[in-house]
Design a protein around this ligand. Structure first.
Ligand SMILES: [Zn+2]
Length: 426
């Protein structure tokens, strides 16, 4: 009897998905891809540095080998540039009274900026009640920035503590409109002058496409960020942040899903496989990407982050962030019924994981965009440490998770399901 049960356990361990037709998603491939991405040779894949180009080149090669089409023309790379501003001088007056420079936060791509009440800039106020809690304050501020119109925002003095955190919004910017936040108000006139220098920083997402058989307009996106933290202070002689779990694991999944769906060759909708850059710096890659697409065409986005360890729910399980924000989670669960794999709502709602990866960028545009993960975020010992290496991961379990993602999305790919849209402020 004992042996019999051992045998069952052994078979179950090999794969919970006997129906995995393509057999392309296997441990040897998982190991080959993740070991390459997380090797010391990739120098921690820090976005905006030459070392990440090697990773981009590898992913590009894998997409090509898989038979994906480039998004535009012949390149799988989606390059973009951001500006890192260096503020040289700021002068501001409200009703002829000069105010302290730290009461002004300016987002601009102009070297010389001069704005007053006659400049035709939109004016906006955030009053004490509106912005009382920091979450709603930043939601308002972010929405104003995202609207991308020349705007001056007057923030109530009572919100000075929140205001002091606004410079986080301007660490790096896309060349865009001028958005000026001022702590204070005016009755008749105001003047703001600023001088800036800029560094240009180059980035690239990597994107491959499988056009839909019967509906090429509707898209399902599989994504993962491929950047990590680069090189830092040495710990026990190791200074390279390999980012094996975060997020060579998710990138490996995207590459293998691309191969799998290409082999099946039956996707009714268009499948878009995206490796995002600069997630760790502020989700710049997904922000640029989201401006190049029509969010209405995106039926669902399955973002994949940190799937290299067992989840809180044990082997053959994962969780999805923002479960209640659309019914994508329910659809994935339905497609897994009868299998030994389970997908759960995010067990760490307090950590706000729904807002902490690239899915959030598209969710803000209404797309049912969620992240699938297995990370025990409350206790993950290697999270953002030099010790995040392949040797700490369970590649067998990770292989099952990738197969489960393939299986759980089948009704999205064959056009049978379309999840509800994400609505409400975020
Ligand atoms: Zn990550």
């Amino acid at each position: 009897m004992k042996n019999y049960f051992l045998l069952i356990a052994f078979i179950a361990n090999i794969s919970v998905f006997a129906q995995n037709k393509s057999n392309i998603i296997n441990v040897a491939e998982v190991e080959r891809i993740i070991t390459t991405l997380a090797s010391d040779d990739m120098q921690g894949r820090r976005a905006g540095t030459p070392s990440i180009d090697k990773a981009a080149g590898f992913i590009e090669q894998e997409f090509k080998k898989a038979g994906l089409q480039p998004l535009n023309g012949t390149s799988y790379l989606q390059p973009f540039t951001m500006l890192r501003p260096k503020q040289k001088e700021v002068k501001a007056e409200l009703d002829d009274v000069q105010i302290d420079a730290n009461r002004v936060v300016i987002i601009t791509s102009k070297n010389d900026l001069k704005v007053n009440e006659k400049s035709g800039y939109k004016q906006h106020t955030i009053n004490g009640a509106d912005g009382a809690d920091i979450q709603s304050f930043f939601t308002k501020a972010r929405n104003i920035v995202a609207a991308n119109e020349n705007t001056v925002v007057f923030v109530d003095q009572s919100l000075s503590a929140h205001f002091s955190r606004l410079p986080n919004l301007k660490r790096q910017i896309f060349s865009s409109s001028d958005i000026i936040f001022v702590l204070g108000s005016f009755t008749k006139e105001f003047t703001i002058k600023a001088e800036h220098d800029f560094d240009e920083i180059k980035y690239a997402n990597v994107i491959g496409v499988l056009p839909g058989k019967s509906n090429s307009k509707e898209q399902v996106i599989f994504s993962a960020h491929y950047d990590h933290m680069g090189i830092g202070k040495a710990v026990n002689g190791d200074s390279i942040y390999n980012g094996a779990n975060d997020n060579a694991s998710g990138t490996t999944a995207v590459i293998l899903l691309a191969n799998h769906f290409k082999a099946l060759n039956n996707n009714e909708r268009t499948l878009v496989f995206v490796a995002f850059t600069a997630e760790e710096m502020g989700m710049f890659g997904s922000q640029f990407f989201s401006k190049q697409i029509n969010p209405q065409d995106v039926v669902a986005m399955v973002n994949i982050e940190m799937i290299g360890t067992d989840s809180k729910f044990g082997k053959n399980s994962a969780f999805i962030t923002g479960y209640e924000r659309s019914d994508l989670g329910k659809i994935l669960q339905k497609n897994l019924e009868g299998s030994a794999f389970s997908i759960h709502p995010d067990p760490y709602p307090d950590l706000q994981l729904f807002y902490r990866s690239d899915n959030a960028t598209l969710a803000r545009l209404g797309v049912p965009a969620h992240t699938v993960s297995t990370s025990k975020m409350d206790v993950e010992p290697h999270y953002h440490k030099v010790s995040d290496e392949v040797s700490t991961l369970d590649l067998q379990n990770m292989t099952e998770i990738i197969k489960a993602i393939a299986e759980s999305t089948k009704s999205l790919i064959n056009k049978k399901d379309a999840p509800s849209r994400v609505s409400g402020e975020m």
